[in-house]
Ligand binder design. Sequence first.
Ligand SMILES: NC(=O)c1ccc[n+]([C@@H]2O[C@H](COP(=O)([O-])OP(=O)(O)OC[C@H]3O[C@@H](n4cnc5c(N)ncnc54)[C@H](OP(=O)(O)O)[C@@H]3O)[C@@H](O)[C@H]2O)c1
Length: 281
Amino acid sequence: MKVAITAVSGELGSAIAKRAVEKFGKENVVGTARTPEKVKSLGIKVFKADYNSKEDFLKAFQGVEVVLLISGMGDPDKRIEQHQKVINVAKESGVRKIVYTSIIGKAGNSTFDNIVNSNRQTEQDIINSGLDYAIGRNGLYIEPDIEYLDKYIKEGEIANCAADGKCSYTTRDELAIAYVQLIQNDSLNGKVYNLVGEAITQTQLVGYFNKYFNTSLIFNSLTPEDYLAWQQKHNGEFLGAVIAGIYTKIRNREFEIESDFKKIAERKHKTMAEIFSQFKN
Ligand SMILES: NC(=O)c1ccc[n+]([C@@H]2O[C@H](COP(=O)([O-])OP(=O)(O)OC[C@H]3O[C@@H](n4cnc5c(N)ncnc54)[C@H](OP(=O)(O)O)[C@@H]3O)[C@@H](O)[C@H]2O)c1
C-alpha cells in the first residue's frame, strides 16, 4: 500500500510519517510539505506541495492509494477550499481512501467555532467525495502547555476562562498511533472517531505541573470577556480570538468528549499521569 502524508513539515504530519514508515516501510510512504526545507530527516520522498496548488498535489499523489490529509492553518474559509482542492486531486489521481485529521468540539458560539465548523465542512466534503474515508477528531494537544511551562512559572499561574470545564487532551504521538491504524485498517472506514485521552480541568492541569515539574502554580479563572480582551491585546485579533475561543469552549463543556481511541489503537490512551511523567524525563 502506498501512502501520502501531507504537511510533514509540521509536528503532527512528521509524527504520523515516522509511524507510517515503521509500519509500511519507507518505500511505501511519501510526504508533502509547503516548506520542504523545514522537514526533519524522515527518510522518505517529500514533494513540495501547497494546499493552494492543485498541480503540486497531482505530482505527489501519483500511484498513491491512501492520503492522510492534515488540516491546514489558514483562515477557516480558505482552509475549506484548500482541503477541497486536495480531495479533488486525490479523486482525480485514483486515490482510494482519505484519512483526515479534524478537531473535536461540540457546536457552540465561541470565537473558535468558525475553525471547528471549517473542519466539519471538510469532513462533509470528504464524505461527499465518494472515496473511502476515515476521519479522526483530535483532542487538544497537551504539548503547547508543556512548552509554555517557563512562561507559566514566571507568571506563577495558568490564567484563562475555562473555569471548571473539562478538556479532553491528547498528544501528537498518541494521535500518530491512531492515524496509522486508520490508514491501514479498512474495517474502520466510513466513520468519524474522537481521538482523545482523559478530560481534565485547568485546576487538574495545574496539579499535574505541580506534581511532575515541582512547580507551585495556581489556576487564575478569568471571565471570557476579560480573557478575550487580554488575548487579543497580546496575540493579535485572529490568534487571540482562536485561543480565547478554545478556553470558552472548555468552559462550556464543548471539549469534554468521549473517546474512541481504544477502538482504533487497540489499547487505552495514555493517562495524563503517564504523559506528564514521560515529558518530565
Ligand atoms: N488539536 C490541537 O490541539 C491543534 C493545535 C494546533 C493546530 N491543530 C491543527 O492540526 C494541524 C496539525 O498540527 P501540527 O501540530 O502539525 O501543526 P504545525 O506543526 O503548526 O504544522 C502545520 C502544518 O500545516 C502546514 N500548512 C499550513 N498551511 C499550508 C498550506 N497552505 N499548504 C500546505 N501545508 C500547509 C504547515 O506547513 P509549513 O511548515 O510550510 O508552515 C505545517 O506543515 C494544524 O495544521 C491545525 O489545523 C490542532
